[in-house]
Write a protein that binds this ligand. Sequence first.
Ligand code: GTP
Ligand code: MG
Length: 238
Amino acid sequence: MTTALHTTTANPPVAQIDVVVPVLNELDMLPRFLERVRALPLPLHLIFVDNGSTDGTLPFLREQTDVQLIEHGQNLGYGRSLADGLLASTAPRVIILDADCEYPPEAIPALLTALEQTAMVYASRFLNARQVAMAPLRRWGNRGLTALFNLLYGQQLTDLYTGMKALRRSAFTGLTFTRGGFEHVMELSAKVARRGVHIGEVPVAYTPRQTGRSKMQHVPEFLKAVGCLLYYRGGCHD
Ligand SMILES: Nc1nc2c(ncn2[C@@H]2O[C@H](COP(=O)(O)OP(=O)(O)OP(=O)(O)O)[C@@H](O)[C@H]2O)c(=O)[nH]1
Ligand SMILES: [Mg+2]
């Protein structure tokens, strides 16, 4: 197992905002993703966590001089990518954003504005949305997990499984993340909620993947997610 963590300075400029991007075989989407993120008038620092891509993503990212790159060298799971990205981040505010352009980078300013009110904010595909292009199995799976999460953790979320979030550093400082797979979503949400943080939401326009293949196994992930939500509700698991 190889995990190369290239950390930046421990004291970033106060205004810097770190953007943690988990990536696995997204070469088709990355040029557009970078173009859109770079066009934003914000001091964003990109931290890509490559999770063993084999499609040319890695050489492409190595050529980008303005990004930080963590190389797993093999697939260690989506959750491990986020955990390593958060660990490498140093800025007071951190964005988590999928690399496949399903979530618009242009929504980052709205997330940051909402972050002034609370320590963690999710970009919701369902808040104020009339229609969302999503397969029924996924939609209902997400809805069920979101409802269970709200019930167990006293929140009012509409989209637990979003791939776009904003966090104040204080929301996750001192927490450890051990879940390697997509259950990381549950672990992060549960641990931050147990600290008493009210998780905010902003609406986001969602564009289902245009190219490439979804790599998620939805039914097994759903079952693991339910187990996680119950487990973290049960006791102290920082
Ligand atoms: N599935 C998966 N994605 C990973 C992994 N490591 C990093 N990623 C990245 O994590 C993000 C989310 O993964 P997706 O496969 O898009 O998951 P999803 O958005 O639920 O599925 P789609 O809607 O089909 O795109 C993407 O940027 C992936 O490139 C991994 O091990 N598995
Ligand atoms: Mg996706």
